[in-house]
Design a binder for this molecule. Structure first.
Ligand SMILES: Cc1cc2nc3c(=O)[nH]c(=O)nc-3n(C[C@H](O)[C@H](O)[C@H](O)COP(=O)(O)OP(=O)(O)OC[C@H]3O[C@@H](n4cnc5c(N)ncnc54)[C@H](O)[C@@H]3O)c2cc1C
Length: 379
């Protein structure tokens, strides 16, 4: 069975590392980078230049999976063809698509042109370099940072940046820059319950971060953003760096006459994570629209991408052995949000669907534990 895995993110790499060299299975992993990116730690790289990548090749030892570093340009599931940027066309019997998501700028005027994003290492480098420049003695431009979107990524980024600013202020004797967190919705971190959100909000306030909830980002230029409150009042915030973390959409790369797409362009999948009407195509991670036990879309998180990848890897082995596929049952084990340094908030799942809320050092350890667990599962 000729199998292609596209993307070595949380979903694709979890598939590859589940496979074993068996006769009847020929598998190729295609990824544009020679490394896997720990996307959940990009905010650390943006603030502190932390290394958040791991070379892919050693991770494939013992799996029988071959690796090709190449950029996928298009996937045609009607003709079972994958076109690479260099013009080559790959064919398959079974395809796994795990190419992740891209930033959604929601066509806000000037935003895509003027805002940085935080989806890969180059974005993190851009932010890190700006902060360094802003703290050099000959820098004369605006040093303030506006971050749009107060979900997980936005909050983790502003707290980490605030912590970096404190360190640099101490070391270089320059005043800290202002950090504005702009959010159209009424609250930060809408996925958390009120008590945890209050704790996170307090931490942000202690860092001196300006929290502008209920402020819709209306437009961006190279020098500022315009925000608007629900009652129509507009305000211009000058900024040296604008960063948008306010939304994602599935990477739009797979074409097929009978594909069904849902919110955010995610491809609808069946209970085995196969694209509807295309049983030979698994779509997993941020690109797939899997439903949970209540019929709601499974969140686009690394946790779920990893679970989907592991199941798909096992299911490919089952197909090769002539066994029935195992259905997907999403399991939200918890959620932790880092808030700079050793601070975090979150919850973990207990038996009987109970949740254990945690804040501070313990939550930080849990967040780190989930990262170590992921690393262990692929190494
Ligand atoms: C800053 C930040 C913090 C986050 N924190 C958390 C968190 O704490 N917990 C959590 O669960 N989730 C978190 N997330 C979300 C999580 O990172 C994503 O849901 C997860 O990465 C999705 O996994 P994936 O495998 O679908 O996609 P990805 O991990 O994005 O992998 C996609 C892969 O495809 C490759 N690729 C893309 N296009 C091409 C192409 N054309 N050709 C070849 N290769 C290609 C990419 O290089 C990448 O390796 C965070 C995200 C960000 C940005």
């Amino acid at each position: 069975m000729k199998t292609l895995i596209l993307g070595a993110g949380y979903a694709g790499l979890a598939v590859a590392t589940q496979l074993k060299p068996v006769s009847g299975l020929e598998c190729l992993l295609v990824e544009q980078n020679a490394y896997h990116t720990f996307e959940t730690r990009l905010h650390e790289a943006a603030a502190h230049n932390t290394r958040v990548t791991l070379p892919i090749l050693p991770l494939l030892k013992g799996t029988g999976v071959h690796f090709e570093q190449a950029q996928v340009e298009g996937v045609d599931v009607d003709h079972k063809e994958v076109t690479l940027k260099d013009g080559r066309v790959l064919t398959y019997d079974t395809l796994v698509v795990g190419l992740g998501s891209v930033t959604n700028f929601y066509r806000i005027p000037g935003l895509a042109e003027n805002a940085a994003e935080l989806k890969d290492v180059s974005h993190a480098d851009e932010i890190f370099n700006f902060v360094n420049r802003a703290y050099s003695s000959d820098y004369t431009g605006n040093r303030d940072i506006v971050v749009g979107g107060a979900g997980l990524t936005g909050v983790e980024l502003v707290t980490e940046l605030a912590q970096r600013a404190q360190l640099l202020t101490k070391a270089r004797g320059l005043p800290p820059f202002n950090i504005y967190l702009v959010e159209a919705g009424p609250k930060i971190l809408p996925v958390l319950d009120d008590a945890l959100r209050a704790k996170a909000q307090k931490t942000l306030e202690e860092y001196g971060i300006h929290i502008l909830v209920g402020h819709r980002l209306m437009q961006a230029t190279a020098e500022d953003v315009t925000v608007q409150t629900a009652d129509g009042q507009q305000k211009v915030i000058p900024a040296g760096k604008i960063i948008w973390t306010g939304g994602i959409q599935a990477r739009d790369i797979v074409k097929g006459e009978r594909l069904e797409k849902g919110p955010g362009g995610r491809i609808a999948v069946d209970e085995y994570l196969r694209a509807k009407n295309y049983p030979e195509v698994f779509v997993i991670g941020d690109m797939g629209l899997a439903l949970n036990q209540e019929g709601k879309p499974v969140p686009t998180t690394a946790q779920h991408a990893g679970q989907q990848g592991r199941l798909t890897g096992k299911n490919i082995m089952r197909v090769v052995r002539g066994q029935d596929l195992e259905p997907y049952e999403p399991n939200s084990l918890g959620e932790f949000v880092s808030l700079g340094g050793l601070m975090a908030v979150g919850w973990m799942k207990l038996p009987w669907n109970q949740k254990l809320a945690m804040t501070g050092g313990m939550a930080h350890v849990m967040k780190k534990a989930s990262e170590w667990k992921w690393r262990n599962s692929i190494e």
